[in-house]
Write a protein that binds this ligand. Structure first.
Ligand code: GLN
Length: 243
């Protein structure tokens, strides 16, 4: 098949911020982009490196509080660029630690303040107890399943849209019933797993705007065989709803 275009995917801080299998999101996206007939270039961005000139889709994962402190300076240095990309409709998926840093601030349980970009209108505070376990959400992409493990409790400002509502699990803070946040095509979420392989509707929702940015044309998906992903998601959801 001749390529329908080239999508450049930028993974932020894969060394410091990519735990609980979050690298799987990058692999899943690259594989699915290719399955849809497009070429995919994956660019790893490390602290201190120049940010690539071309970026159609951004990914970031979870990390320890210490990992977040290690990337803070670089993230703030490239902040204007990232805010510009987000405002221009660039899709981004930021999981857990990077979700927190796409908000305004993260105050750790030890009282360390980690500054964020403010792309998502949220703030996070570390708690003494961790929120751990399977999560089932209702989202505009349908039911979504994943796994959370965070001490940070995230509060959405009024008007900030969540990623989903919680059916099983803690979500943002264990009390609001919301999970994650979404602005333009930027999604922040606590869901590891990794999130994307079992939730192809979310994967395609990230790919579509990236294709439009890269090619200037609408996303032309191929028929994909999602039976395995659908079964993985459905079975996990059934198991979690039964507990
Ligand atoms: N350090 C953050 C927290 O515990 C993020 C954890 C993570 O990314 N898994 O809240």
């Amino acid at each position: 098949m001749t390529s329908k275009g080239t999508i450049t995917l930028v993974h932020l801080y894969p060394r410091e911020m990519s735990i609980y299998g979050d690298l799987g999101n990058t692999r899943c996206l690259a594989a699915r982009i290719r399955r849809h007939g497009y070429d995919c270039v994956v660019h790893d961005h490390h602290p201190g490196m120049p940010f690539p000139e071309t970026a159609h889709l951004l990914l970031g994962g979870g990390g320890q509080d210490s990992g977040q402190s290690r990337v803070e300076e670089d993230l703030l240095a490239i902040g204007d660029r990232l805010r510009g990309l987000a405002a221009d409709g660039t899709p981004m998926l930021m999981i857990c630690g990077m979700y927190q840093m796409f908000g305004h601030t993260f105050l750790t349980h030890e009282g360390v303040e980690v500054d964020g970009l403010g792309i998502l209108d949220v703030t996070t505070r570390g708690q003494s107890t961790r929120m751990i376990g399977g999560v089932v959400l209702d989202t505009e992409f349908g039911p979504v399943v994943g796994f959370e493990n965070h001490s940070g409790a995230t509060v959405l400002s009024p008007g900030q849209r969540p990623f989903g509502t919680v059916r099983v699990g803690h979500g943002n803070d264990g009390v609001s019933g919301t999970e994650g946040a979404r602005t333009h095509h930027v999604i922040g979420s606590y869901l590891h797993g990794p999130l994307l392989p079992a939730n192809p509707a979310v994967t395609d929702a990230l790919i579509a705007p990236a294709v439009e940015l890269a090619t200037g044309r609408p996303f032309e998906p191929e028929d994909t065989d999602d039976r395995l992903a659908d079964e993985a998601r459905t079975r996990q959801i059934a198991r979690l709803l039964a507990t």
